[in-house]
Design a protein around this ligand. Structure first.
Ligand code: PLP
Length: 392
């Protein structure tokens, strides 16, 4: 895969990433300036300019939003303070007692937010295994207000047929807003709006930023009506991304093509190595015979750089995490450096143990997020940790 595979842009994606055509700076600054100002003056009382107050709009943020809209192939994009606030701005469009169909292996924070909405707003949430389109179809109702999927899921790397989700939801739940969290693949590897999703959102904290030095979220849509409602929520609740963070994201995005390409190549090598050691490795496309590979290839341009591994023993999994030298024990993914974690104890600890068990999220599951280091160094480091854990 190269990042140039993407259709329908004026230039190849590697070029589009670098050229911020929305930069309309008055002094033609090459790097988009940070408008670190809360307010903007008006010429007269009756003539407001394009910007008046940064909660409502800011030139650095507007430039970033235009750039992201281009990359996500969206008519509208809005950036928020982080990925969770992006989901919050979507969820708060729903009425009380709404019915929501969502995956059963969502990011832990997304699951926590929906659980909160159940208690506070009477949402009815059907969490289903989205790898089964039959189960998905059975959960849909004529009054379903929102469908939320991730593919691949985090952390079990389950593959859901994102195109079928659209077709079936439109048939069975015509009123539903169909939403996808595309954080795992990023616009480099997948463009869900092309398939007809109403809303795509991502945590910019991951691949878009790439250096774990900024938090952000983005919501993209082709619907003018949804865009109006999303902007209203962001402005009225004050969830928009600050100017400095917008600047950092604009900088990070320029190298995203190279970063994702390299991290993905490393991840393919690491996944093959771990599989060769007899471990159960969850990584898209690793087994070409598995039916999920064809499904995945129907909507994604590459497997990304996140995998999960089961050792069959919590102690052995802990020993691997404790004995790698290059993999930081850390939540999150999408940074230039490689990370290792145990979701049941970290990113997904907010999901009750019995619910995790019910959903098949095993205690021994290790999530490995690959960075842009040298693949041989990463493999040697894991090889050593496997030896210490007596798995080699
Ligand atoms: N979606 C996914 C798939 C994630 O992994 C995360 C965070 O890890 C989020 C959303 C939330 O993003 P943020 O941490 O920027 O709020």
């Amino acid at each position: 895969m190269t990042v140039n595979d993407m259709p329908e842009h004026k230039f190849s994606l590697s070029t589009e990433l670098v050229h911020v055509t929305t930069n309309k700076d008055q002094y033609k600054a090459s790097s988009v300036p940070i408008y670190q100002s809360a307010t903007f003056q008006q010429e007269t009382l009756d003539s407001p300019g394009e910007f008046d107050y940064t909660r409502s709009g800011n030139p650095t943020r507007t430039t970033l939003q235009g750039h992201l809209a281009k990359l996500m192939k969206a008519k509208h994009a809005f950036v928020t303070s982080n990925g969770m606030s992006a989901l919050d701005m979507i969820v708060c469009m729903l009425e009380s007692n709404s019915h929501v169909v969502a995956g059963d292996d969502l990011y832990g924070g997304s699951d926590r937010l929906l659980t909160h909405c159940k208690k506070l707003y009477g949402f009815e949430v059907s969490n289903i295994d989205t790898t089964s389109i039959t189960a998905f179809e059975a959960a849909l109702r004529p009054d379903t207000a929102m469908v939320l999927v991730e593919s691949p899921t985090n952390p079990m790397i389950k593959i859901c047929d994102v195109k079928e989700v659209i077709r079936i939801t439109r048939q069975k739940s015509p009123k539903a807003i169909i939403v996808i969290d595309n954080t795992m693949l990023s616009p480099i590897l997948c463009n869900p709006l092309d398939f007809g999703y109403d809303i795509e959102y991502e945590s910019c904290t991951k691949y878009l930023s790439g250096h774990h030095d900024v938090m952000g979220g983005v919501i993209a849509t082709n619907s003018d009506e949804l865009a109006k409602r999303i902007y209203f929520n962001i402005n009225s609740r004050g969830a928009a991304l600050a100017p400095f963070e917008s600047f950092l994201l604009l900088r990070g995005i320029k190298t995203m093509g190279l970063r994702v390409e390299r991290a993905q190549a490393n991840a393919i090598a690491v996944a093959k190595f771990l599989k060769s050691k007899g471990l159960k490795v969850n990584f898209p496309g690793l087994d070409p015979e598995d039916p999920s590979t064809a499904v995945f290839n129907s909507f994604a341009r590459g497997p990304g750089a996140v995998m999960s591994v089961q050792t069959g023993s919590v102690e052995k999994s802990r020993a691997i995490c404790d004995n790698t030298k290059l993999f930081e024990i850390s939540v999150s993914f999408g940074s230039v450096n490689s990370l290792i974690s145990m979701p049941a104890y970290m990113s997904h600890a907010s999901i009750a143990k019995e619910v995790r068990e019910e959903r098949g999220l095993k205690e021994d599951l290790i999530r490995i997020c690959i960075g842009i280091e040298d693949a041989d160094d990463l493999i040697a480091d894991l090889d050593n940790a496997l030896k210490v854990a007596k798995l080699n």
